[in-house]
Write a protein that binds this ligand. Structure first.
Ligand SMILES: Cc1cc2nc3c(=O)[nH]c(=O)nc-3n(C[C@H](O)[C@H](O)[C@H](O)COP(=O)(O)OP(=O)(O)OC[C@H]3O[C@@H](n4cnc5c(N)ncnc54)[C@H](O)[C@@H]3O)c2cc1C
Length: 425
């Protein structure tokens, strides 16, 4: 990758640029954050708000962040890409130093990060939130080139993948078949594929009502299943067929040229538009730094989010293994705050604060039709596990409850506005 740092960014990052042999900071604590998504932007923003004496630098290659949340509404025709794209100007105004480059390597012993553009940044504590990697080849025939034909739309980057899937839905004839391949656990956003099915159905019902959706799932059940299926029946009739893993739903092979999704027992599903969500792991940087275990994800101390394999590196967001907590933007946001508070406390020789973590995942099933799941979690005393607080969470009630569904759709929009404001404002 070529050097993309502007002169202003280099000057701004000057205080962090490492000398050949980095010296231990004598002045302000240097908190370096890698990845400007749900975890990283939340961490940078929270650190500036809560610890004005801490120097915060955020490394992120993209100039603006396109959120996964509400990407499904773009597919449904309910949002434009500009409404889910957020600039980093608010973080800059808050005093965060932005470096638009890719972290290419971490030296945990020297406490330095090498950037693809050639710079080396030194830190006192590192917050790492690089998100996920797609496991190309885990489904035979599905590689990076295949994603240009059959989009995953699961890592938005500049939004191109989500827009490609949207264009394909628009180009599909009425009466066409949309096929989805859905992975086994764990993966980013457990309710995400089912909200996506809903939003695609929402679009098809209005524009191509003779079309079908076949959702091929490696799993036998999914988050908010009863609520989703109630909504599908009520809003979309028999448009959606969901095939679980125990009924040959697991896609193992893709024929891109023929537009065929092939399942474990050899059933070949010919489709007009395919959305392939492949199995996932922690982003490449976490693996290259030696932070992941055999699962492909990063084990952390559940009280501080410090990586088990490296002191001083706190791994938040989807890259870690958060026990029973889902890989969600809300969890990335709430754990970012605990990781920052812990990083600052540990740097100062203090005890990290007690933690409690929250999650609420809203899903849109149709117009004015929202559902949710809530969970509250606590780490155990030695930071080896997290458990859900008994009787603390739950899902929306089932039944014919139009006012409840309408209210939850409004709450969902409010959640999106408030979390993105807390990250980027
Ligand atoms: C379709 C869909 C819908 C979703 N809906 C919801 C929802 O309604 N509610 C919810 O709570 N969650 C939702 N999620 C999940 C949510 O998007 C993720 O859990 C969240 O984005 C994880 O945050 P993160 O910081 O780990 O990763 P990300 O938000 O993906 O951020 C990672 C950042 O790191 C950067 N990066 C990667 N590698 C490097 C590197 N080497 N150097 C520098 N930067 C790097 C990337 O450019 C990226 O900006 C949804 C996900 C999907 C796919």
């Amino acid at each position: 990758m070529t050097m993309i740092l502007s002169r202003r960014a280099i000057l701004a990052a000057g205080a962090l640029l490492a000398a050949p042999t980095p010296l231990r900071a004598q002045g302000a604590m240097r908190l370096l954050v890698i990845g400007g998504g749900f975890g990283g932007a939340s961490a940078a923003s929270f650190a500036r708000r809560s610890y004005p004496d801490v120097q915060v630098t955020l490394v992120e290659p993209q100039r603006a962040f396109v959120t996964c949340p509400y990407g499904n509404l773009l597919l449904g025709g309910e949002r434009q890409i500009s409404q889910i794209t957020h600039s980093y100007d608010g973080l800059r105004a808050r005093g965060v130093t932005l470096v638009h480059d890719r972290a290419a390597g971490i030296d945990a012993a020297a406490k330095t990060v090498r950037l693809a553009g050639g710079q080396t940044l030194a830190y006192d504590r590192l917050i790492l939130s690089p998100g996920i990697a797609l496991r190309w080849g885990a489904i035979e025939g599905y590689d990076q080139a295949a994603a240009d034909v059959m989009p995953h739309a699961w890592i938005p980057a500049d939004g191109a993948q989500t827009l490609l899937l949207r264009r394909q839905l628009e180009a599909m004839p009425d009466g066409g078949v949309v096929g989805l391949a859905i992975p086994g656990n764990p993966f980013r956003c457990p309710p995400g594929p089912y909200e996506r099915i809903s939003m695609i159905a929402h679009y098809l019902k209005r524009h191509k009502p003779r079309s079908k959706i076949i959702a091929l799932d490696a799993k036998e059940g999914f988050s908010k299943q009863g609520l989703f299926q109630d909504g599908w029946r009520a809003l979309y009739g028999d448009m959606i067929e969901w095939v679980p893993g125990n009924r040959d739903g697991k896609v193992v092979k893709i024929d891109v040229a023929e537009r065929v999704l092939e399942t474990e027992f050899g059933t070949r599903h010919k489709v007009d538009v395919a959305n392939v969500i492949p199995p996932q792991s922690a982003a490449a940087l976490a693996a290259e730094t030696g932070l992941v275990n055999d699962s492909g994800w990063v084990p952390v101390n559940t009280r501080t989010f410090e990586a088990r394999a490296a002191q001083g590196i706190h791994v938040i967001g989807d890259a870690n293994i958060p026990g029973p907590m889902p890989k969600s933007g809300y969890v990335a946001n709430t754990t970012a705050k605990q990781a920052v508070a812990s990083a600052v406390a540990l740097h100062r020789g203090q005890t990290p604060p007690e933690a409690v973590y929250f999650n609420t995942c809203y899903s849109h099933v149709g117009e004015n039709y929202g559902i949710s799941v809530v969970g509250i979690f606590r780490p155990n005393a030695d930071g080896t596990a997290i458990t859900e607080v008994p009787n603390s969470g739950g899902v929306s009630p089932r039944g014919d409850l139009p006012e409840q569904r309408r209210a939850e759709a409004i709450y969902a929009d409010a959640w999106y506005d408030s979390i993105t404001r807390s990250m980027f404002g």
